[in-house]
Ligand binder design. Structure first.
Ligand code: SF4
Length: 421
């Protein structure tokens, strides 16, 4: 180690030791945060920064680090030091635990004058790889939307997603529909009034199970009523579909597992229908958030490798021996609109995408094959261990609801905000 490097080391060690001693005297989170951000904490820098930022806004640092497995040794050390008291014993214990130099050398200071040192030379970055090589379409969607977001969510797991009223609305609605189709797998055979009444009851009981997750009773009630109005539209659509061509719901929340070129994928299909006449199946994905407004727009997202959900389900069911003829996104967000799914019929021949605003369209098999190849390429990238840093997105809209925005210094700002920051 050169002289200058040793000065830097000394300063950092001294700062760490000072913060740790302060912690033994008074366990204040500010001291713990200073320790966490130091290279001597033994915590990876990105992870330390994320937790420090989170604790600055929401507090509860100790509880958070205790729950994160990779930070458990650091959390345990803090707890032990809390008990050890002040003085020489504490100092020796800190030096031993965090492998500091026993006699931390002083920082070079001459006659009260602070001697600045050269910045530390950064260590060469090492490549990272996905720790658990099991993928889902939503994981790959997150990666193509923003590689940094993927890193935060799937490699660090740094921020717990507490859910939102929109996500609890979706969970409760999915549960109600699963129960409905478990009881009425052939909606065309059911009495319309009975179907409607049943779904009303199921929506009420599903929302009741999530009552405490909503922030306020008013929010709960608003979301429940929204679901009830949407449920009525759903039943109208369901009966019209069954009248047009009878079908059987053969599965809800169906596990979809697939291995492609050695990469394992997993997901859950919201609903799988089998056409009573042809035996072909349709994959239905319920959407309680914003979706494409036309079949052409959704197909374009698949072509640009921005969405892998339905292509993945297509390949998973095809591997199970099904003939998949239709992929559909079913919007359940807006209670004021009729339920109008975005449908792509799978066709074996190439087809122009067109500019139609129609909710129904086609998708050639070749485009689903390209999506599958891209999924495999992404998995190869994520498991190669050659990625030293995951870049941030260039699209500011991806950051709007990102749970990691607080820890993400490099996020792009919308053009109208760039000069204001
Ligand atoms: S805030 Fe934006 S740039 Fe940062 S991780 Fe989230 S989506 Fe990516």
């Amino acid at each position: 180690m050169s002289f200058k490097e040793s000065i830097v080391q000394s300063a950092e060690q001294r700062a760490f030791l000072t913060a740790a001693l302060a912690w033994t005297r008074r366990p204040d989170e500010r001291h713990a945060v200073r320790m966490l951000r130091s290279p001597f904490s033994g915590v990876p820098q990105e992870l330390g920064a994320a937790y420090a930022a989170l604790s600055a806004s929401e507090g509860g640092l100790l509880d958070r680090v205790a729950q994160e497995r990779s930070l458990a040794p650091f959390a345990a050390s803090l707890r032990e030091l809390e008990k050890i008291g002040d003085g020489e014993t504490a100092r020796n214990e800190i030096v031993r635990r965090f492998q500091l130099e026993a006699d931390v050398p002083p920082v070079a200071v001459e006659r009260g004058e602070l001697k600045l040192c050269e910045p530390a030379v950064p260590e060469p970055r090492l490549g990272m790889r996905a720790a658990r090589p099991r993928f889902s379409a939503s994981q790959l969607n997150a990666y193509v939307e923003c590689p940094r977001k993927w890193f935060y969510r799937y490699m660090c797991g740094a921020v717990e997603d507490k859910g939102s009223s929109a996500s609890f609305y979706g969970t409760a609605f999915h549960a109600a529909l699963e129960a409905l189709h478990g009881e009425f797998p052939r909606p065309g055979d059911a009495e319309p009034a009975e179907l409607s009444l049943k779904l009303e009851g199921l929506v009420n009981s599903a929302f009741d199970r999530h009552r405490n997750n909503f922030e306020t009773p008013v929010e709960y009630e608003l979301q429940r009523r929204r679901a009830q109005r949407t449920a009525k539209k759903y039943v109208e659509w369901l009966l019209a579909e069954a009248k047009r061509a009878s079908f059987t719901v053969v599965g809800c929340e169906l596990s979809a597992e697939l291995e492609m070129e050695g990469y394992e994928f997993i997901g859950y299909i919201d609903r799988l229908d089998r056409d009573d006449k042809t035996g072909a199946v349709a994959v239905i994905d319920y959407k309680t958030g914003t979706i494409a407004t036309s079949a052409a727009e959704y197909r374009e997202k698949i072509r640009q490798f921005k969405d892998f959900q339905l292509p993945f389900y297509y390949w998973a069911r095809t591997a199970e021996g099904d003939k998949v003829w239709k992929l559909a996104l079913l919007p359940l967000k807006d209670a004021l609109l009729d339920v109008q799914p975005i449908v792509l019929e799978v066709v074996p021949v190439p087809s122009e995408i067109g500019r139609s605003q129609s909710a129904t369209g086609v998708i050639p098999l070749s485009e689903l094959e390209r999506a599958r190849e891209r999924m495999i390429d992404i998995c190869a990238e994520l498991t190669a261990g050659t990625t030293a840093a995951f870049p941030v997105t260039t699209d500011p809209s991806a950051c709007t609801y990102c749970s990691y925005a607080i820890a993400c210094a490099g996020r792009p700002y919308p053009p109208d905000q760039r000069f204001g920051r």
